[in-house]
Write a protein that binds this ligand. Structure first.
Ligand code: HSE
Length: 403
């Protein structure tokens, strides 16, 4: 019998519980073990739950779980940062394997948790942190011995992708966000989704593994979709394209670039048909070539499924031992990022319009707002220009014209 301590009983925790309930027999047959959630840590003991649960297993005291010798695997899905840091470190120090879908804490303390687990000879696994139900962390780890990963990029946030798809269908931004929240895709604070912060956390994890050197959240340039308007979707549709929030890390001989940004994708791009809460992740290795991973990027059951894949790997001993993080010293080359950009500024005056015209390859509108396609230029030059014109974040939308 494998006993699990489940920390957190929100969307993902409930998904894990439901899958385990419904798959007991198959799990036993395939892993050779019965798997049971022995205790669940919650904040509020009296909260009404969506699933029927034996109240004796619920606790609001982490020590009940930490000191329980029968519990050998901890699943951490609280979604918070400070408490979960302690839960994970204490659990590993107490000799328990840890599986998490909490990107916030995994991204912040990625190296520390990985080192600690390695030192203790335990697993620290995090498939559910990236791409919801898509198995991507394990396949990426499998490529590391054989490949230099040159590029990793993807649609990594289900909520943003859902909003963008629904806006193309004519829905208002706020309405689309509300539905994404109701469907259980969004973070507790949806600003984490729409400002690109959640994508950045996932990209930090993928990039650090892929490039075998530490890439931290601060090393990744960030623009989200919170300022997008229906007018942007319309202009982008007119060039037979759509917009997606994409996180991208590229490796070069002398360093790397890392960015999360809205990208205009044409119908030829594999990202064009990635709709609603779906995610797609693209890897390029020097030997394996291109790999694409596609699936549900958010939601109770897909994410719960990813977490349980890690649990099965621990039980069957089929996870990768040892510290897989590399020690390459990587130079950040973000100041080299350039491209052609779609830029809409909602504020118009002669000065702004004139400056915009000076960088435009094409002017799409020069009325109450200014909309242009820029010529190829450094991103840094555009952002400096926006700063100099004192344009606030919510007053413009900037998207790179991609593939
Ligand atoms: N809020 C996240 C998303 C959940 O929308 O992708 C899955 O990580």
């Amino acid at each position: 019998m494998i006993n699990i301590g489940l920390l957190g009983f929100g969307t993902v925790g409930t998904g894990i519980f439901k899958i385990l309930e419904s798959r007991q027999e198959q799990l036993k047959r395939i892993t050779g073990e019965s798997i049971s959630i022995k205790r669940i840590l919650v904040k509020n003991l009296h909260k009404k739950r969506d699933v029927e649960i034996n109240l004796d297993i619920i606790t609001d005291n982490f020590d009940d779980i930490l000191t329980d010798k029968d519990i050998t695997i901890i699943i951490e899905v609280t979604g918070d940062l400070e408490d979960s840091y302690n839960y994970i470190t204490e659990s590993l120090k107490a000799g328990k394997h840890v599986v998490t879908a909490n990107k916030k804490v995994a991204s912040r303390y990625f190296e520390e948790f990985t080192d600690l687990a390695d030192k203790m000879g335990l697993a620290f696994l995090y498939e559910g942190c990236v791409g919801g139900g898509i198995p991507v962390i394990k396949p990426l780890k499998e490529q590391l011995a054989l490949n230099e990963i040159i590029e990793v990029k993807g649609i990594l946030n289900g909520t943003c992708n859902y909003i963008l798809t629904r806006m193309e269908e004519g829905l208002e931004y706020s309405e689309a966000l509300k539905i994404a929240q109701q469907l259980g895709f969004a973070e507790l604070d949806p600003a984490d989704d729409v400002k690109g912060i959640d994508t950045r956390r996932k990209l930090r994890i993928l990039g650090t593994l892929a490039l075998q050197g530490r890439i931290q959240e601060e090393d990744i340039l960030l623009r989200g979709i919170s300022s997008i308007k229906a007018v942007d979707i319309d202009y982008i549709k007119r060039i037979n394209s759509t917009v997606r929030l994409i996180g991208e890390i590229r490796s070069y001989e002398d360093g790397y670039t890392a960015i999360v940004e809205p990208v205009i994708v044409s119908q030829d791009s594999p990202f064009y048909s990635v709709c609603y809460e779906k995610n797609a992740i693209f890897l390029k290795g020097d030997n394996v070539g291109d790999l694409i991973f596609y699936g549900s990027g958010a939601g109770m059951l897909p994410t719960g499924n990813a977490v349980l894949e890690d649990v099965i790997d621990i039980i069957t001993g089929s996870y990768r031992n040892g510290n897989l993080l590399g020690t390459r010293k990587l130079k950040n080359l973000n100041s080299n990022i350039k491209g052609e950009y779609y830029l809409r500024i909602s504020k118009s005056c002669n000065d702004i319009a004139n400056i915009m015209e000076s960088i435009a390859k094409e002017i799409l509108c020069r009325d109450e707002c200014v909309v242009i396609m820029t010529r190829s230029m450094l991103l840094e030059d555009i952002t400096n220009l926006l700063k100099a014109m004192e344009i606030k974040e919510e007053e413009y939308f900037l998207a790179r014209r991609g593939e």
